[in-house]
Design a protein around this ligand. Structure first.
Ligand code: PEP
Ligand code: MN
Length: 368
C-alpha cells in the first residue's frame, strides 16, 4: 500500500520538476563536482534558513542536506525534528533553488520526504549494515526513479556496501550513488571514522559505474582535519562532497565539532587544488614511469612465487620431522627484522608489517 502511495508522490513530483540543477543530469555526465551541504540536523526554521542563505552564496553548492530523523548512539540524544523540518526544507528549496536531500531509514520516512518535495534520499551508515532495512527501503521505492545515495556501512565491509546498492538496483532505481563516510574503528586514529581509502577504491574497481562522493564531515569528526581530507579526496578523484554546515556550529544539537559555517566552507573551497581526472595522452614521462612500475610488479610477483615454493619445501621438512607449522619465535624475529630493514629503506613500518603478515599467512596455509 505504502509503495503505491510513494509511487503516486513520485509521479506528481516528476511533472512539477523545473529546478535549474538536476541531479539526474549530473548522474549522466558527472563532470561538475557535486557539492551537498547543510546541517547535520535541521533544528529550527531560523537555523535552516540562515544556513541555506549562507550556502546560496557558494556557487558550487547545489544540494541542501538536512537530517530530519537522526540515528543516535544513545537514546537520550536529539533524535531529529521530524515532519516540521521538511516544511522548512521545502521553503529553503523554493527560496534558494537548491535540490534537497535527507536521510531515510524506514518506508515512512520515504513517504514523508517525498510528500514535502525532497529530491534526493540517502541511506545512512547505520541502516546500510542491515540488509532487512535496506530491502524494505528498496521495496517501497520500487517503480520510482528517486535518486538515492548509499553511505558505506559503519563496518569496513565492501560487500555490505555493494549489497545495499544492488538491492536498490533490484528495485529498478536508475540513479544510485555511493557516499564514502569512513569506517568505525577501535584503533586510535585522528579521524572519527577512519577513511580506509582502499575500500571505496575496491568498490570502484568492482563497479566503475557507481559514482562515489566523499562525506568529509563524518570522516573527520572535527573541523581541523576537513581541509586536508577534502584535498585527499580530490586527489583520489572523488566526484563530490557532502559537508555539514551550520550557521552557529558550536551550538549545533548534533555533530557540533565537525560542522562549519557556510563562510568557512567558501574559504575552504578557495584553498583546494582541483586536478584533472585523466592524464594527457602525450604524458611520456608518466608512461615510462608506469612501464617501470609494471616491470617492478612483475619482479615482485616472481619473487613472491619463488618464496612460496621455498616455503612449501620448509613445510615438507616440518611434516617429516613432526614440527609444528607455526614457529612463533622465528616469525616474531623475522617480522621485527623486516620492519627494521623496511624503515631503514624509508618504508612505512605499518605497511611492511601488513605486507609480511599477508605473505606469512599464505605461507602457513600452504604448509598446513
Ligand atoms: C549524517 O549524515 O548526518 C549521518 C548520520 O551520517 P552517517 O550515516 O554517515 O553517520
Ligand atoms: Mn552528522
Amino acid at each position: 500500500m505504502l509503495n503505491y502511495h510513494i509511487y503516486f508522490l513520485y509521479l506528481q513530483k516528476k511533472y512539477e520538476m523545473s529546478e535549474s540543477f538536476d541531479i539526474r543530469k549530473w548522474f549522466e555526465n558527472r563532470e561538475e563536482l557535486l557539492v551537498i551541504s547543510g546541517p547535520c540536523s535541521v533544528e529550527s526554521r531560523e537555523q535552516l534558513m540562515a544556513t541555506a542563505a549562507g550556502l546560496s552564496e557558494i556557487d558550487k553548492v547545489k544540494v541542501l542536506r538536512g537530517g530530519i530523523w537522526k540515528p543516535r548512539t544513545r537514546p537520550d540524544a536529539f533524535e531529529g525534528i521530524g515532519e516540521e523540518g521538511l516544511k522548512w526544507m521545502q521553503e529553503a528549496k523554493q527560496r534558494y533553488g537548491f535540490q534537497t536531500m535527507t536521510e531515510v531509514a524506514v518506508p515512512e520516512h520515504v513517504e514523508m520526504a517525498l510528500r514535502y518535495g525532497i529530491d534526493i534520499l540517502w541511506v545512512g551508515a547505520r541502516t546500510v549494515v542491515n540488509p532487512f532495512s535496506v530491502q524494505e527501503l528498496a521495496e517501497c521505492l520500487k517503480g520510482t526513479d528517486v535518486p538515492v545515495f548509499v553511505k558505506n556501512p559503519i563496518a569496513p565491509d565492501v560487500k555490505l556496501w555493494l549489497g545495499a546498492i544492488e538491492r536498490m538496483e533490484g528495485a529498478g532505481l536508475k540513479h544510485i550513488g555511493a557516499i564514502h563516510r569512513g569506517f568505525s574503528s577501535y584503533d586510535e586514529t585522528p579521524y572519527r571514522n577512519a577513511p580506509l581509502w582502499e575500500i571505496p577504491i575496491e568498490l570502484l574497481r568492482l563497479r566503475r559505474d557507481v559514482p562515489v562522493i566523499t562525506d568529509i564531515s563524518h570522516i573527520c569528526g572535527c573541523r581541523e582535519l576537513l581541509q586536508e581530507v577534502a584535498q585527499t579526496a580530490l586527489d583520489m578523484g572523488t566526484l563530490g562532497f557532502m559537508i555539514e554546515t551550520h550557521n552557529d556550529p558550536d551550538h549545533a544539537l548534533t555533530d557540533a565539532k565537525q560542522q562549519i559555517t557556510p563562510e568557512s566552507l567558501k574559504k575552504a573551497f578557495s584553498k583546494l587544488t582541483f586536478k584533472k581526472k585523466k592524464v594527457d595522452a602525450d604524458a611520456v614521462v608518466l608512461q615510462s614511469l608506469r612501464k617501470e612500475i609494471d616491470e617492478i610488479d612483475d619482479e615482485l610477483l616472481n619473487l613472491i612465487a619463488k618464496r612460496m615454493y621455498v616455503s612449501e619445501q620448509i613445510g615438507e621438512f616440518k611434516k617429516q620431522h613432526k614440527v609444528t607449522v607455526l614457529q612463533m619465535d622465528r616469525w616474531k624475529q623475522v617480522l621485527e627484522d623486516h620492519i627494521n630493514k623496511g624503515v631503514n629503506l624509508g618504508l612505512n613500518d605499518e605497511s611492511v608489517k601488513e605486507i609480511f603478515e599477508i605473505i606469512h599467512k599464505d605461507s602457513i596455509d600452504r604448509q598446513l
